[in-house]
Design a protein around this ligand. Structure first.
Ligand SMILES: [Zn+2]
Length: 224
């Protein structure tokens, strides 16, 4: 049987023009995929755009555009890169998180996590930087501001959200790393992730209230 390989780049947010760093990433991924194909390996190369998140939604609103129109326009710039850089996606895909197939897969992933007992609902209070699109702990803030976005105010949020039981996977992940020493490469990254997991895993929020953030993939069986 032929060896199979799956390769993916990050999926950049479409709220800005493509960054030179992403062009480099695409070229590196394409070079790796071409090499593997040359070695008679069956390669699937995945790339695309992340078109959700509060920053994209706010930018669309600020420009007076419907979010779908806004992401369609911006995703086109990223797609042009494929031609400009001669990226070979014959056995691969440019996925947009607004593609119906992506939404269906995301919802199926949610259903399977839920069926496995990995999802629960809880009250949630958090500090949030809209620049990073990330929650921030107090230790990450400097004088109450995000060091990367000192001009933006940190938002305080409380809402009922769904959580993923990440804490449940600490022991199983450590067993996995012990059993398969080449699961994460290079080795110093394996050591880094092992130390991170040993430090304890916290459950994290995986949803938003639609009234606050209407631009996203709906949670299955919960319209709110
Ligand atoms: Zn920030």
């Amino acid at each position: 049987m032929r060896k199979k390989s799956y390769l993916t780049t990050t999926l950049p947010y479409v709220n800005a023009a493509p960054h030179i760093g992403f062009a480099l990433e695409l070229v590196q991924a394409d070079a790796a995929a071409r090499y593997l194909r040359h070695e008679e390996c069956e390669v699937f190369l995945n790339t695309g755009t992340d078109e959700h998140g509060v920053k994209i939604y706010r930018n669309a609103v600020a420009e007076g555009k419907d979010p779908q129109t806004y992401v369609d326009e911006n995703a086109a710039h990223f797609k042009k890169l494929l031609t400009a850089l001669n990226i070979d996606l014959q056995s691969g895909r440019f996925i947009r998180t607004t593609d119906p197939a992506h939404a269906a897969a995301a919802q199926e992933f949610w259903r399977r996590c839920d069926a496995a007992g990995d999802i629960y609902k809880a009250k949630y209070r958090v500090k949030y930087c809209s620049g990073c699109e990330l929650e921030k702990t107090d230790s990450e803030l400097e004088n109450g501001h995000c060091p990367l976005h000192p001009a933006l105010a940190i938002e305080e949020r409380e809402e009922e959200n769904y959580f993923f039981k990440f804490s449940r996977y600490q022991e199983r992940l450590l067993e996995l790393y012990a059993k398969y020493q080449d699961f994460v490469l290079p080795e110093f990254r394996l050591n880094e992730i092992r130390r991170f997991v040993e430090g304890g895993l916290s459950d994290f929020s995986i949803s938003r209230l639609k009234e606050k953030m209407p631009w996203g993939v709906s949670v299955p069986e919960d319209e709110g």
